[in-house]
Design a protein around this ligand. Structure first.
Ligand code: SF4
Ligand code: SF4
Length: 286
């Protein structure tokens, strides 16, 4: 089963929750899909056993063969090609590597070339498998790296997916294979707005959902009100906790450090696993 942890904004506690839940799972696999800024490995400090490069295909034009017919320009739905002053230009940043232009060119003037956009590191930390995606600086999209991460975890059990913040296409790609989505929110009006964003996304993807409200500090809790109004199950409300903050800022994993955190996160994990299992059971034809 695959559990995605997501949040509409950075800093809500998504990675802290993903790291602690993965650590508690038997044969757990932690996957960092926050490829622009992966930081789960800073907690796990895994012994890296494999590094693999992630490439995309980009068109390379042979201007000698190009006759300027512009068929490729008309074909490209991403406006990644332009024919200007007898030269076919390729805008790598907006190319989606669909390969269509090289197929459609009647002169065979376009070939595809590999370009490295990032890498994936795999390793182990005290029995937890840690897989992290890293996007190279200056690249425009981490989606191909997340696609590769999804491919790598397709046969894995007990996976926790640490998603990128927000609700853009990188988040959609990260939750695609998830059986359950944990939405992490802060108890502020801004945090509630961000919760609504990821809630809408998870509903569109037809996912089972639970919410963790992190860093609560008063009775006034708009995120909780939002959950009640929208019938969203609250998995846990985590009060603002400077001790937990200190453990995190020292790059440590709370469930490894203190028994009370182990119990706390184990309860959340049990609830989620029960929800997922119920779903699985109800899907079996009898
Ligand atoms: S389809 Fe081929 S020949 Fe026509 S403009 Fe594009 S690269 Fe040039
Ligand atoms: S590979 Fe696809 S997206 Fe990229 S330039 Fe060619 S047609 Fe456009």
């Amino acid at each position: 089963m695959k559990i995605a942890v997501l949040s509409g904004k950075g800093g809500a506690g998504k990675t802290m929750i993903a790291v602690n839940l993965s650590e508690l799972m038997t044969d757990g696999v932690y996957v960092d899909c926050d490829v622009e800024e992966p930081n789960g490995h800073l907690f796990f400090k895994p012994k890296v056993t494999e590094v693999k490069e992630v490439n995309v295909k980009l068109p390379k034009v042979n201007q000698e063969l190009c006759n300027g017919c512009r068929k490729c320009v008309e074909f490209c739905k991403f406006n990644a090609l332009a024919y200007i002053k007898n030269t076919l230009l390729v805008f790598d940043e907006v190319c989606h590597s669909c390969g269509g232009c090289s197929i459609i060119c009647p002169e065979n003037a376009i070939k595809e070339e590999d370009k490295a956009i990032g890498s994936i590191q795999s390793g182990y930390s005290e029995g937890t498998k840690v897989i992290s995606g890293f996007m190279n600086i200056g690249e425009s999209s981490g989606v191909p790296i997340i696609e590769e991460l999804n491919h790598m975890i397709s046969s894995e059990e007990n996976v926790i997916i640490d998603c990128p913040p927000g609700s853009a296409c990188v988040v959609m790609e990260s939750i695609k294979e998830a059986d359950y989505c944990i939405l992490v929110a802060e108890p502020t009006i801004f945090g509630t707005h961000n919760l609504a964003m990821v809630h809408e996304l998870a509903v569109k993807f037809n996912k089972k959902i639970g919410v963790i409200i992190n860093k609560t500090f008063s009775e006034n809790n708009p995120a909780k009100e939002y959950c009640i109004k929208n019938n969203l199950p609250i998995l846990s409300v985590l009060p603002y906790d400077s001790e937990l903050g200190l453990i995190n800022s020292n790059g440590l994993i709370a469930v490894r450090e203190q028994e009370n955190y182990k119990k706390f996160f184990a309860l959340i994990l049990e609830d989620v696993l029960e929800e997922v299992r119920n779903e699985t059971t109800s899907n079996i034809k009898r």
